[in-house]
Design a protein around this ligand. Structure first.
Ligand SMILES: Cc1cc2nc3c(=O)[nH]c(=O)nc-3n(C[C@H](O)[C@H](O)[C@H](O)COP(=O)(O)OP(=O)(O)OC[C@H]3O[C@@H](n4cnc5c(N)ncnc54)[C@H](O)[C@@H]3O)c2cc1C
Length: 313
C-alpha cells in the first residue's frame, strides 16, 4: 500500500519503520526544514521498548539511554514509601528505557533514513488540508518554495503533533489545548549517580512533585546526565508552551536554585480522545493528545488498521 505520513516526530517515524517492515511504500512529509533533537528526558515503557526491539531500534536506544531498574517513591523528608522493579528487572520481556527525547527522535530518524532512503523524507512540507477522493486519501502540503503539493495515497497518516492541522480540520471549534494548571521546571544536571545509578524517583503529590532519573550511563568522570522535573500547581503565567525558551526561575520560585540548561513549559491536556481513524486517515500520538508511553505502540500496532482503538487507557 502507498502510505503518506505527515509529521516526522516520534509517532510518524515509528509508524514509518513499522509499515516499512510490513512492506508498504512510505513517504514522510515534515513541516520543519531541519529536524533538530529537542527536549529532555522521556521514558519508554516495556511495551513500547518491545515494539522498538522488533523494529531493530532498541539496541541503539539502550546505547544512548539507561535501562531503568526501579521506580521509588519518597516523601518530602526523603523517606522511602514504596519501590518497585521496572522492565527487565520486573520480569518483563523488554526494558524501560529512560533517554533524551531528542535522542529518541534522532535514532528513529537515523533508522528511517537507512531503510527508506533520504528521498522518502520531505522536510519543509507542511500538511495544509486533506480529503478523501474515491478510494484515495488526498493531502495538500505547502512546500519550501511556497507552492502547494498534492499527494495521493492509499492511506494518509496524520502524526503532526499536538497542534495537528488535520485535527483542526476535523474539529475546527475545538480551540487550543487546555492548560493543566501545572508548571513543569525541567532540566538536566551532570551529577554522580544516585541510588542504583539506574533508579527513577518521585516525591511529593499532584500539586507539588519532583521526578528524577538518569538518561545516560555514567561517564569516565564519574558523572551521569540526570533529568529532573520540578512540578508545581501554578496559574497560567504566559505563553504556556515553548520548548525553545529558556526557563525563568521567577516563574516558579523566588529562590535561586542551581540549574543547568533549563527549559520551562506548561503541561497541557486536551479532551481525551483515543486513537481513531477517519476515512483513510489514522491519528496518532499527540495528535490525539495521548500519553507518550503508548505512542510507539500505536505506531506499530494501529498503523494501518481501520478500527478505533478503545483499549489503551
Ligand atoms: C520539542 C519537544 C520536546 C519534548 N520533550 C519532551 C521531553 O523532554 N520529555 C517528554 O516526556 N516529552 C517530551 N515531549 C513530548 C513528547 O515528545 C510528545 O508527547 C511526543 O513527541 C509526541 O509524539 P508525536 O509524534 O505525536 O508528536 P511530535 O513528536 O511533536 O511530532 C510531530 C511532528 O509533526 C511535525 N508537524 C507539525 N505540524 C505539521 C504539519 N502540519 N505538517 C507536517 N508536519 C507537521 C512537527 O514538526 C513534528 O516533527 C516533547 C515534545 C516536543 C515537541
Amino acid at each position: 500500500m502507498k502510505v503518506t505520513i505527515a509529521g516526522a516526530g516520534i509517532a510518524g517515524l515509528a509508524t514509518a519503520l513499522a509499515l516499512d517492515a510490513d512492506g508498504h511504500d512510505i513517504e514522510i512529509f515534515e513541516a520543519v526544514q531541519e529536524i533538530k533533537p529537542l527536549g529532555v528526558g522521556i521514558n519508554l515503557l516495556p511495551h513500547a521498548a518491545a515494539i522498538l526491539n522488533g523494529l531493530g531500534v532498541l539496541d541503539d536506544l539502550l546505547k544512548s539511554g539507561v535501562a531503568t531498574s526501579e521506580l521509588s517513591y519518597f516523601n518530602r523528608h526523603g523517606q522511602k514509601i514504596w519501590s518497585e522493579p521496572r522492565g527487565l528487572y520486573a520480569g518483563q520481556n523488554a526494558p524501560q528505557v529512560s533517554l533524551a527525547r531528542g535522542e529518541l527522535q534522532r535514532i528513529l530518524l537515523l533508522h528511517v533514513r537507512e531503510r527508506l532512503g533520504e528521498s522518502r523524507i520531505h522536510s519543509g512540507h507542511r500538511l495544509v488540508s486533506f480529503s478523501n477522493k474515491k478510494d484515495q486519501a488526498v493531502a495538500i502540503f505547502s512546500t519550501p518554495s511556497s507552492s502547494e503539493l498534492i499527494v495521493q495515497s492509499d492511506i494518509l497518516i496524520c502524526a503532526d503533533g499536538i497542534h495537528s492541522a488535520a485535527r483542526a480540520q476535523l474539529y475546527p471549534d475545538e480551540g487550543a489545548p487546555l492548560y493543566s494548571g501545572r508548571l513543569l521546571w525541567r532540566a538536566t544536571t551532570m551529577a554522580p549517580p544516585f541510588l542504583s545509578g539506574t533508579s527513577m524517583i518521585m516525591a511529593g503529590h499532584e500539586d507539588q512533585k519532583f521526578v528524577c532519573y538518569p538518561i545516560e550511563s555514567c561517564g569516565e568522570d564519574g558523572l551521569q546526565k540526570i533529568n529532573w522535573i520540578a512540578e508545581l500547581r501554578r496559574p497560567l503565567l504566559r505563553n504556556p508552551e515553548d520548548w525553545n525558551r529558556k526557563g525563568d526561575i521567577n516563574d516558579f520560585y523566588d529562590e535561586q536554585l542551581p540549574h543547568r540548561g533549563a527549559i520551562c513549559f506548561g503541561c497541557h491536556i486536551k479532551s481525551v480522545r483515543l486513537g481513531f481513524t477517519y476515512g483513510k486517515d489514522n491519528f496518532h500520538g499527540d495528535t490525539i493528545a495521548e500519553k507518550q508511553r503508548k505512542i510507539v505502540s500505536d505506531a506499530a500496532i494501529n498503523g494501518v488498521q481501520a478500527e478505533p482503538v478503545t483499549n489503551w487507557m
